[in-house]
Design a protein around this ligand. Structure first.
Ligand code: GTQ
Length: 372
């Protein structure tokens, strides 16, 4: 059966603008029968003037979701579910289970004494701890204890498993993975650990203790293409932002923003995903800009609002929101006395590595300056 005929015309020199005629329609039909089509019918659609994200700006309120996330504990076991996660849906990206762009995110909950089986996959992951005590992750035999606002990496190909210690408390963390991207690349493999769990082979938290010492690096080789510092803790992150805030005007677009880096390269923590923490000082309101790449923000501290493509989203601690690629956005801290901190996970490393990163300030040349 012939597909419905599409013809995306634009009356602009250099763009496709061919009117349908009975003769051409018959021609398109013939091409369709042999698995072919005329580019000029779809060219304007597949080559937009600028990125057109299908993702919708979204705010997921923790207060709305929390009780439902906790309910899943009574409904399914980690053994049966594999992982007990409530994932964040974006109406524009339901087909690929992405929260925004090509990034997946979900809220995983575990009770004390529970553990999820060890596995590995081609997708890379980070976890940002929202609440609870006693949670830990084991990555390739390295055990990391996790507290609120800590952020842990499980890079592509590493064995990983999550659990909460028997004397801990119910824990919820946010998972962010590049699953949709790896699936788009048609390169996703998945493996369950043969023993369902891995032995811990190193001192607890050794990777953070080895690699997370400001300005000091050990005389140890690290050849892997991701950060050896598997866990970045909240306290030193907040201290670094506070110290930097005391001596900078910050960026008019981002406030006081610092990127989490691989200490052996100063580059992003993983090849496909990068992370940053951004401080909005009391009363601070940033200017609007936009850039390519998809962004998931988690409110680590404080409250405020963001305006994304003209729509206002009011957020408070633990809320998650997304900024789709090339969407205008600006952030404001609601408090005149307290700072607010936003954890941000993005696919900027992919954008940069492939030469696709672009950035534009709102109002720059009326938006008409060349961006390529
Ligand atoms: O723990 O690696 O939320 O594979 C979804 C898929 C977490 C994980 C998720 C996963 C993981």
């Amino acid at each position: 059966m012939a597909r419905p005929h599409e013809n995306h015309r634009e009356d602009v020199a250099g763009r496709a603008n061919v009117e349908d005629t009975p003769e051409l329609l018959a021609y398109y039909n013939d091409l369709d029968r042999f698995g072919a089509g005329a580019l000029w019918t779809v060219a304007n659609k597949i080559e937009p003037w600028e990125p057109k994200s299908e993702s919708v700006p979204m705010l997921w309120r923790y207060n709305d979701l929390r009780s439902h996330v906790l309910r899943s504990v009574e409904l399914v076991t980690p053994e049966k579910a594999g992982r007990r996660v409530i994932y964040l849906r974006n109406p524009g990206r339901d087909d690929v289970a992405a929260a925004v762009g090509w990034l997946y995110s979900g809220l995983q909950v575990m009770h004390p004494g529970e553990a999820a089986s060890a596995h590995r996959h081609s997708a890379s992951a980070v976890r940002f701890i929202l609440e609870g005590a006693g949670a830990y992750t084991v990555v390739d035999g390295h055990k990391m204890t996790l507290g609120r606002n800590d952020f842990v990496l499980t890079p592509n190909g590493t064995w990983h498993e999550h659990a909460v210690a028997a004397d801990g408390s119910p824990s919820i963390w946010q998972d962010c993975l590049d699953i949709p991207f790896v699936n788009a690349m048609e390169a996703n493999f998945y493996e369950v650990h043969p023993d369902l769990s891995q032995a811990v082979g190193f001192a607890v938290d050794d990777m953070t203790k080895t690699w997370g010492n400001a300005g000091l690096t050990p005389a140890v080789q690290w050849g892997k293409p991701y950060s050896p510092m598997f866990k970045y803790e909240w306290e030193p992150t907040y201290e670094a932002l506070s110290r930097y805030a005391a001596c900078t005007d910050g960026s008019p677009f981002d406030g006081v923003l610092m990127e989490y880096v691989n200490p052996t390269t100063n580059g992003p923590v993983m090849r496909t995903m990068g992370a940053s923490m951004q401080m909005l000082r009391p009363g601070e309101r940033t200017k609007a800009h936009r850039h390519t790449g998809s962004y998931l923000y988690t409110v680590a501290k404080g409250s405020g609002h963001s305006i994304i493509n003209g729509k206002r989203f009011d957020w408070s601690e633990r809320d998650i929101f997304c900024v789709p690629s090339w969407a205008w956005h600006e952030h404001a801290n609601a408090s005149a006395t307290e700072d607010a901190c936003l954890f941000c996970l993005s696919d900027i490393p992919v954008m940069r590595a492939l030469g696709l990163f672009r950035e534009q300030a709102f109002g720059d040349n009326g938006g008409h300056q060349p961006i390529l």
